[in-house]
Design a protein around this ligand. Structure first.
Ligand code: PLP
Length: 379
């Protein structure tokens, strides 16, 4: 364990896990002290998700508390540091929103230009606001994320002086694997199951790499030699954007969870390997199930995430209904970690749309009391 407890001097993921990363003394570290996000025990949510039987311990790795509000910061500190080291003039990415927010912030900090290509009308308002205020040049194209990523690949082929910082940039996944290290450090061992949403499939690949590297280094597995040193990887996709469940690419992905509205995942082989090698599985859930999980997370645990991040919670409930965990004999000694990838404030419109709007009441004590405690009080 590199850093015990919550140190005020947490230096960000590159310094914390330097010996596992492709950096050396001459790499200029561009950091906003990302990482060290909390691993939150969620017993109330666990009761609802896993039912009345033998309920495992459920933990939420809240990646929405990174500097720009998503796990993308772990990869971006690496990608931008290496871009600066290589003498890049700027960075470019295609984005469903969070990559652009993170790229724009780290580029600003490094004094690099940032260009972002987004699918028009398909990025949550908070994320777009971030890219703009951090000073990125934002171009919205007619087409989905997969189209935007193709355009970005074309741009960097013509302009080698700018660095592509999507997750096909290998340094992104190197940075993102540190989340697996943290989970092991915080839990004192590797979890039994890791539940995670899957879009472009970089993150599930990065976690798997992280668990394997940490085990190889003698970390994260010491307390459960019989069970192995890594978790089963459970990847979740929305039904309308579920290429891994279909077994082939999807041309018109549809889901309200915009961060995972991706039909041609770039890390296809790596993600399939992660799931197969670990003995896990991919599972699809509906948008309705995602919304139910989204509200439950907030109401039962006080954790507000964006819709894509609720997908694994919805997925754990679905696997429970299907008898998946009962078959495997999970119980209170089982640790399930659910990765909550992004902050709820990224997509405030969605939260309002699935909630009861505030009632307008005259500023009168009797009327306010009536509305608050009377028959007409809202749910
Ligand atoms: C990027 C992102 C995902 C998907 O991660 P991939 O690495 O593309 O699979 C999921 N949730 C949120 C909030 C994201 O920003």
């Amino acid at each position: 364990m590199e850093h015990e407890g919550r140190s005020a001097a947490w230096p960000g993921v590159i310094e914390a896990y330097r010996r596992y990363l492709p950096v050396d003394a001459s790499t200029p570290v561009v950091t906003m002290n990302e990482g060290r996000t909390p691993l939150i025990a969620a017993p109330r949510l666990a009761e609802v998700v896993f039912g009345e039987g033998r309920v495992p311990r459920l933990y939420l790795k809240f990646e929405g508390l990174n500097p720009t509000g998503s796990f993308k910061d772990r990869g971006m500190t690496m990608a931008v540091s290496k871009a600066v080291e290589a003498g890049a003039k700027g960075v470019v990415c295609a984005s469903t929103g969070n990559t652009s927010a993170s790229a724009a912030a780290y580029a600003a900090r490094a004094g690099l230009a940032c260009l972002v290509i987004i699918p028009k009308g398909a990025v949550a308002s908070g994320k777009l606001a971030q890219a703009l205020i951090y000073g990125a040049r934002v171009l919205a194209v007619e087409g989905n994320f997969d189209v935007a990523l193709d355009l970005v690949r074309g741009l960097v082929a013509r302009h080698p002086e700018i660095t592509l910082v999507n997750s096909i940039n290998p340094y992104r996944l190197e940075g993102q694997k540190t989340a697996a290290f943290e989970v092991c450090d915080q839990l004192g061992r590797a979890p039994d199951y890791l539940a995670i949403p899957v879009g472009n499939a970089g993150n599930i690949s990065a976690y798997w790499q992280g668990f394997k590297e940490y085990a190889a280094a003698g970390q994260g597995g010491a307390k459960r030699p019989a069970a192995g040193a890594w978790p089963l990887m459970l990847g979740f996709q929305a039904e309308g954007a579920a290429p891994f469940i279909a077994g082939s690419f999807v041309d018109k992905p549809k889901t309200l969870a915009t961060a995972i509205r991706i039909g041609h995942p770039a890390s296809w082989d790596r993600a399939r390997r992660a799931v197969n090698e670990s003995g896990g599985r991919f599972t699809a859930i509906t948008d309705d199930e995602i919304v139910i999980a989204y509200r439950l997370l907030a109401r039962l645990e006080g954790v507000f995430v964006e819709p894509a991040s609720a997908a694994p919670v919805a997925g754990l409930a679905k696997l429970t209904r299907d008898g998946y965990f009962a078959e495997r004999g999970v119980g209170p000694e089982t640790a399930v970690v659910c990765v909550l990838t992004g902050n709820g404030l990224k997509d405030p419109n969605r939260a309002r749309r699935v909630s009861v709007a505030p009632e307008v009441v005259p500023a009168d004590l009797d009327l306010v009391e009536d509305r608050a405690f009377g028959r007409e009080a809202g749910s």
